[in-house]
Write a new protein. Structure first.
Length: 164
């Protein structure tokens, strides 16, 4: 893992309200917080991606869930489509930061996380899902998506990033 960025997709108040899988959403936030703090300490980019469909940027539902740790050093990207690369500045930010690998976390596994994963592959990035850092509408779908994609654990990320 050379220059790696963490993408945090749609961990917004309206998204948490929409899912019936509140326990997995809250567990995902815990894992995301742990790994995002590690990324920040190691000076790797953390990118918070917010879906404008969760409400206009001025609404409470658009905001990140209170439990999510964010930093002034994070990049913020607003998206209108499920793929966070589509018609956003995400790819430009990653290229400017010299990123060639992304770890994707967030909500919803079945939609925005999966489409962003595919968008990253299409653009030539090495891509991983954060183990236990994915939330969705169905716990079974979350498991199935992680079984069929490259997944990386917190411990593996720590190992690879400590070298950089």
């Amino acid at each position: 893992m050379s220059n790696t960025a963490l993408l945090i997709v749609d961990m917004q108040k309206n998204c948490k309200e929409e899912t019936s899988c509140k326990a997995s959403f809250e567990k995902a936030v815990e894992y995301i917080n742990e790994i995002s703090q590690y990324f920040r300490r190691k000076k790797h980019p953390v990118i918070i991606i917010q879906d404008v469909e969760a409400g206009g940027s001025e609404t409470d539902g658009f905001k990140c869930v209170d439990e999510l740790i964010v930093s002034d050093s994070d990049f913020f990207v607003q998206k209108s489509f499920s793929n966070a690369f589509w018609e956003t500045e995400l790819d430009t930010i990653l290229q400017r930061e010299g990123v060639d690998c992304v770890v994707i976390s967030g909500f919803a596994a079945e939609y925005c996380v999966l489409f962003t994963y595919n968008g990253a592959i299409e653009r030539g990035y090495n891509v991983f899902l954060l183990q236990n850092g994915i939330a969705g509408f169905s716990d079974d779908e979350i498991k199935r998506i992680q079984l069929l994609r490259s997944v990386v654990s917190y411990e593996a990320i720590e190992y690879f990033l400590k070298e950089s």
